[in-house]
Structures are given as structure tokens and as C-alpha cells.
Design a protein around this ligand. Structure first.
Ligand code: PLP
Ligand code: ZN
Length: 411
């Protein structure tokens, strides 16, 4: 049973069938999935959701597929918990972490969007999956298309971290490293997508792909005990995750699953690539493209596809944004490790450093519920921290060597 009505232009509101379309032919606005919310409301209850397996598909009525899901049965329902030690370090009362650094199967939230995109791609008759990626998407498309029998062609910028490259190659995709930055990779892929009948998850089937990000927001609300937090800090690359968390919370409210969300959304970006935060700070409706230069490569999109909508959601919720330096990113990665035992990638460092700054600047009050969005795993971006975390202490295999070098210095 499907509740998808079709696609609708975000700008002019024209309706389109639920095909492999992504841009309005009248106004070039981007298309978004439209649902029969009346029908969903009559069916979807908290207890129905709770009765289902712990994956993104427990929210299947709000995801854009016609039949049964075919990809991502173990994706989603990642840990969500009160982070008391980190809260103390930041001087706040009620802090939570939503931890997609352990999302199945490739340790980032991209497993969510790809599971939805490929389930839909199969329904649309595609046999080849493709993407333009800053790294994590390459991993997720490679793994999940291997699991579900798609041919796979993956495009990345040539300067990606080794962990992201190896984490794709192990699934035997055609991995194409383009000499250029993400924005150039993306432009090339748009041309290729127009010529080859491949499912580019974040280009020609982007409306379906993007809906997968709502599940990150759904889970936060469900795991908080069916309510929304007051503040969510979200890392922004294209800006889609932030937009869809907000859409997800509004949908849950519309369906009577949670009280009206009084949530403020905050974009976290690296100083070396902060077009969305800059627009927020300058009060501008225009997202000015930038040339990225940051260790947070997974967020290095200089011309963000959903930048305008992300800034809009931030304005609507009266949130804000923060752009942080590479040093702050590394500091925050270490802080998260030392307080909560979580090894996040650079994007998580961006998010935590931004949260910390927003709290210091009193943009986020210290006594309200705050969620920090951790979206990827640190083993993939070891280059960022390897020179900043000390070295193991080398000793001979003797007690005296141990005591000379180590014991006595333990405290
Ligand atoms: C892609 C990515 C994001 C941001 O995604 P957008 O939806 O494009 O803003 C955040 N964190 C990680 C780890 C990512 O890989
Ligand atoms: Zn339009």
C-alpha cells in the first residue's frame, strides 16, 4: 500500500507523476514527494510503528515507495542517548546525541538515504546505481547496491580520505576519481545522468533519496518519547539533512504522533566551506557559492543544492548557524571521544564544535534540550586526527621497561 501522490514542485506547486524526475520543467524548481496525509493519518499510529522491526522502514508510510522495501533492512534506529559527561563539559543541562556513526552498513547517515533511493530505483526499473559523492555516499551506494544486486558507478573527488576510498572499493564498484572538487564532480554527473539511464541517487532520483533523511528526525522524536527537542544542531553539506529533519518533525505533528515541535534548527559548517551559515549570518536569501578548503571533506559542498531551503528552515524555526575552524573540529572530535567514547569523523567534529560555540554565544540556552547530530564514523577520516592524539608508549617486553616508561606516570 502506497501513500505517495506524486511529485510536486517546491516553487510553483505543479504536480508530476512519481517517476525519475527531479526538476520542474516550467520553473526549474526542485521536486519533492507529496503524500496522502489523510490516508496515512488514518493508519499510522505510535503503536504500529513500535510493533515493527528496528529499521528506517518502521516509518514506511512516510517513505516514497509503492511496494515492500527491498534495501536497508538493518539501516536506522541508531543509538540516541543522554550525554551527561559531554553536557557537563559544555555546561548544559539536557544534552543528547543521535549517533549515526554506527549506522548499518557503512557507518554514516547516508545509509538511510541510499536505502530509500535504491528501493525506489528498483521500482522505477533501474539496474545501475550511481552517485556524485563527498565520500560517505560513495560508501553507502557501493555497499547497499552490492547487497541488493545493482551495478554501481561511483564518482568522487580525487583527493578523498583513504578510509572513504577503501570503504567504497571493498564493495567492487566502478569507482571514478575525478580531478576536481565535489561541485565539479556533481556537474559532470548531471551531464552523465542526462545521457545514461542510471539511477544517480542524489541527482535524477534525488526527491526519493532525500526523503530518507526524514528518518533521522523521526527517530529522534520517537526515541525522546514521542516529542521533539528544543534545539538540534545539524551538519550541513547540501543542506538536505537539515531540511528533512524539520520536514519529518512537522509530518509527525501533522499525523498526531507528537505535540507541536518548538524546535530550533542550527546549521554546522566548516569555516573553509560555509555558504549556508554565511547566508544566515548576513540575513541573505542568496547562497553564494564558495570554493571549499577544509578537513571536513564530507561537508565540502561549495554550491549546496538545498542551501536555500536549509536557510529557510533555519529562519522559520528561529535557529542559527556556526562555522568552525579545522582546529576546533579536531578539538571537538577529541572531546567527544574523551567524554562519550564516540569516534566521529570530521563532520561530527564540525557539529560538536558548532554546538559548543552556539552555547557559548547564548544562541542555545543552557537549560533546554539539545540534540547533537553525529552523522559519521572517525575511522574513515583518520588523517584529520592522527597527528593530534599522541603516540603509543613503546616498551621492551619486560616489567622493568614497563615501570620505567609507564607506571608512576599513570594518573
Ligand atoms: C553528507 C553528510 C552530511 C550532510 O548531508 P547533506 O544532507 O548533504 O547536508 C552530514 N554528515 C555526514 C557525515 C555526511 O556524509
Ligand atoms: Zn515549478
Amino acid at each position: 500500500m502506497s501513500f505517495v501522490k506524486g511529485l510536486r514542485c517546491r516553487e510553483c506547486g505543479r504536480d508530476y507523476p512519481a517517476k525519475a524526475l527531479f526538476v520542474c520543467e516550467y520553473c526549474f524548481g526542485s521536486l519533492e514527494v507529496d503524500y496522502d496525509y489523510e490516508g496515512i493519518r488514518a493508519r499510522l499510529t505510535r503503536s504500529l510503528i513500535e510493533s515493527r522491526a528496528k529499521s528506517i522502514w518502521r516509518y514506511r508510510e512516510l517513505l516514497p515507495i509503492d511496494g515492500e522495501p527491498t534495501v536497508g533492512f538493518h539501516t536506522g534506529m541508531t543509538p540516541f542517548f543522554r550525554a551527561r559527561a559531554l553536557a557537563e563539559a559544555l555546561g548544559v543541562k539536557e544534552l543528547y546525541i543521535k549517533d549515526d556513526s554506527v549506522c548499518h552498513p557503512t557507518l554514516s547517515f547516508k545509509d538511510r538515504v541510499v536505502s530509500v533511493a535504491l528501493s525506489r530505483a528498483r521500482e522505477l526499473g533501474f539496474d545501475t546505481a550511481a552517485c556524485a559523492s563527498t565520500g560517505n555516499l560513495a560508501n553507502a551506494v557501493s555497499a547497499l547496491s552490492a547487497q541488493s544486486g545493482f551495478k554501481r558507478v561511483i564518482f568522487i573527488p580525487a583527493d578523498l580520505e583513504m578510509g572513504k576510498v577503501v570503504g567504497s572499493l571493498i564493495f567492487s564498484p566502478r569507482l571514478v576519481a575525478v580531478e576536481g572538487n565535489y561541485d565539479e564532480v556533481n556537474r559532470l554527473c548531471a551531464e552523465i545522468a542526462a545521457k545514461y539511464r542510471w539511477a544517480f541517487v542524489n541527482i535524477n532520483i534525488r526527491p526519493y533519496y532525500a526523503e530518507g533523511s526524514k528518518t533521522y528526525g523521526f527517530e529522534i522524536a520517537e526515541q525522546m518519547g514521542w516529542k521533539a527537542p528544543r534545539h538540534i544542531v545539524v551538519p550541513a553539506a547540501s543542506g538536505s539533512l537539515l531540511v528533512k529533519i524539520w520536514k519529518g518533525l512537522k509530518e509527525f505533528h501533522k499525523l498526531g504522533l507528537i505535540p507541536k515541535p518548538e524546535t530550533k534548527l542550527y546549521a554546522a559548517q566548516a569555516k573553509g566551506c560555509s555558504p549556508i551559515v554565511t547566508a544566515i549570518e548576513e540575513g541573505s536569501e542568496i547562497i553564494k557559492p564558495v570554493k571549499p578548503k577544509t578537513i571536513a571533506k564530507s561537508l565540502a559542498i561549495g554550491n549546496p543544492a538545498d542551501g536555500y531551503y536549509a536557510a529557510d528552515a533555519i529562519r522559520e524555526t528561529k535557529g542559527w548557524g556556526a562555522a568552525v575552524s579545522d582546529e576546533e573540529i579536531v578539538e571537538a572530535m577529541k572531546l567527544l571521544g574523551a567524554t562519550e567514547g564516540i569516534f566521529t569523523e570530521t563532520a561530527g567534529g564540525v557539529t560538536l564544535a558548532a554546538a559548543r560555540r552556539l552555547i557559548q554565544e547564548k544562541r542555545i540556552p543552557r537549560d533546554e534540550s539539545i540534540v547533537v547530530s553525529i552523522t559519521g564514523h572517525g575511522l574513515k577520516t583518520q588523517e584529520a586526527v592522527v597527528d593530534h592524539i599522541g603516540k603509543p608508549i613503546k616498551i621492551k617486553p619486560t616489567l622493568s621497561s614497563f615501570e620505567e616508561a609507564v607506571s608512576g606516570k599513570l594518573s
